[in-house]
Ligand binder design. Structure first.
Ligand code: FES
Length: 233
């Protein structure tokens, strides 16, 4: 995961339904705000370079002001012609009152900058040699994890997040996949738990959600805070 986040705004600077264009390592990023969740999109229409921040926002769809292509701000997916390619998304997170954006190229640019002032070509080569940055958790994933904190294991009375049952959240255009484990094999509550997880996920991202139960055994060290069950960390 790229941990390279930059603070671009404070909570309150982007009103509900609003957008702010920020620059992260020189790239223009449109940060949209809907329902307490922030979404980052490259501020460049894939049809012909129009600014998406100048467009009309309707629900989760932004319509490019130039020729009317629409995009889903949650996934970047192109929804209508004349655009056919998705717009790159940028991970956004909230740390306290700070809205922070991660840029996929941040690490590469910083590696290049740390290369000792070499010429552009050499710096670029150094950047290529760097390990590829991992995908940063998006604001959607943070919001989804927050929603999943309300889904309780009926036996232990801790949430699926507190128990560390949710191992992976994948949000793709058109579907969400949640991979989780159970505290005990053949848990009788598994179907209900999976249904509750699905419902919580869909309350954040309104698209089909698949819950995959992994065969891996659960152990308390999977918990963010094993102390909740009396285990030492
Ligand atoms: S530039 Fe956006 S639709 Fe043409």
């Amino acid at each position: 995961m790229s941990d390279r986040f930059e603070t671009v705004a404070k909570v309150g600077e982007i009103p509900e339904g609003g957008v702010k264009v920020v620059r992260v390592d020189g790239d223009a990023v449109a940060v949209f705000h809907i329902g307490g969740v922030y979404y980052g999109l490259a501020d460049i229409c894939t049809h012909d370079g129009g600014s998406l921040a100048d467009g009309q926002l309707a629900g989760y769809e932004i319509e490019c002001a130039r020729h009317g292509a629409r995009f889903d701000i949650r996934t970047g997916a192109a929804l209508t012609l004349p655009a056919v390619e998705a717009v790159p998304t940028h991970a956004v997170r909230l740390i306290g009152e700070e809205i922070q954006v991660a840029c996929e190229s941040c690490d590469e640019k910083r590696v290049a900058a740390a290369g000792g002032g070499t010429a552009g070509g050499a710096a670029a080569g150094g950047a290529k040699a760097a390990a590829p940055p991992r995908q940063a958790p998006t604001q959607q994933e943070f919001a989804m994890r927050a929603a999943l904190e309300t889904v309780m294991d009926p036996e232990i009375q801790l949430s699926v997040i507190d128990l560390g049952l949710v191992r992976e959240i994948v949000i793709e255009p058109g579907r969400t996949i949640i991979r989780m484990v159970l505290t005990t094999p053949f848990c009788p509550y598994a179907p209900q738990l999976a249904a509750d997880v699905k419902q919580a996920a869909m309350s954040v991202v309104d698209q089909p959600c698949e819950v995959e139960i992994l065969p891996d055994p659960w152990n308390p060290q999977m918990m963010p805070d094993p102390g909740l069950l009396g285990f030492s960390t």
